[in-house]
Ligand binder design. Sequence first.
Ligand code: PLP
Length: 414
Amino acid sequence: MQNPDFTAAHAASKTLDANDPLRDVAAQFTLPKGQIYLDGNSLGCMPKAALAAVGETMQNEWAQDLITSWNKAKWFDLPTAYGDILAPLIGADAGEVVISDTTSLNIYKAIFAGLSLRPDRHVIVAEASSFPTDLYMVEGVLASRTGLEMRLEQDGNILDLIDKDTAVVLLNHVDYRSGKICDVGKITRYAQQMGAVVIWDLCHSAGNMPIDLNKNNVDLAVGCTYKYLNGGPGSPAFNFAAKRHLTSIKQPLSGWWGHAQPFEFTTEFNADHSIRKFLCGTQPILSFRAMKAGLDIFSTLSITDIRAKSMALTSQFITLLAEFCPELELLSPRDAEKRGSQVSFAFHAAYPVVQALIERGVIGDFRMPNVMRFGFSPLYNSHADVASAVEIMHDILRNETWHAARFQTRAAVT
Ligand SMILES: *Cc1c(COP(=O)(O)O)cnc(C)c1O
């Protein structure tokens, strides 16, 4: 496009991209042609290495070696072996992270693990603004055991809800809608002073900012690998538990993969004393192989560079939209230090505008009730992407192309 008003923005982007220490990382991904993908906060792009990794696993380990691959290719160890690769990204040590199942299931396990550390307490504190599945899983916990109670923080201060009855506090590190960062150190310290255990949900922060679980003495955490970690659709999620808790904590999904001697095939369950106790049953090996390709990309990168670029991309987006599309109301913190790697705006016609953007190749998403959300991956998004996305947004709003009938019908997945 050639809107002369954007000449300066494009020139500035060129300089920023040329000086970006992560500028070559995008080449490790298959990026959709002709698109500006600003939805890595929902599903990260595909690492090129994932295709070969899954293909080789299918051809060699599955088709040829079949059952022997559980030993030969170490399939049985992947949840903890890959957990050890993920651990440094969240400030955890080897042996404290296990990858398996989904975030929703892992939240269920983590809540019971937290309750098992505080058997004399009965309150679970959570935020009303939480990603809904987190709250739904708390409901599931309440339905599974009598005598528990959920306290929901609405608009006040989460700290006010934590008292001597509080066993577990379940918090999103980065809010999925606004992108606001919650202070892990401050809240963990306060909750521990009150005798409670915090579970941090890292879905929207893992892979885009430094996370210091052990430095902050965190007890429990969960997160997914298909967002900023680029693990692939439905790639398995993770549980973190601090070493000091590994022998004592319990979780109720006592499947054979969490057994101390699974191949003894004993009648009674005897939980493993390592992080493996969070496992339940057989894991999706093909998804593990795809996910490993995503994790491997981080091994040569600096998380400080990643965070710096994330802040630069979101700041540029906010500044340009304020200049060119002032009718959009910023819902995310203006201060980059308080913001994750996504930016949200309220607009009365959010849904059709997002559809019009998608037709023009700018992929963001819509969240109820009137929110447009854009995620920025420091690994493959560029400053040029940001400038072009704003230019297209400006064009759609000025020409009101979002009014077209085809943009009004809501699809099943938004
Ligand atoms: C994405 C996300 C989830 C996803 O849960 P799944 O079980 O993987 O579908 C859960 N919690 C938060 C905070 C999320 O952002």
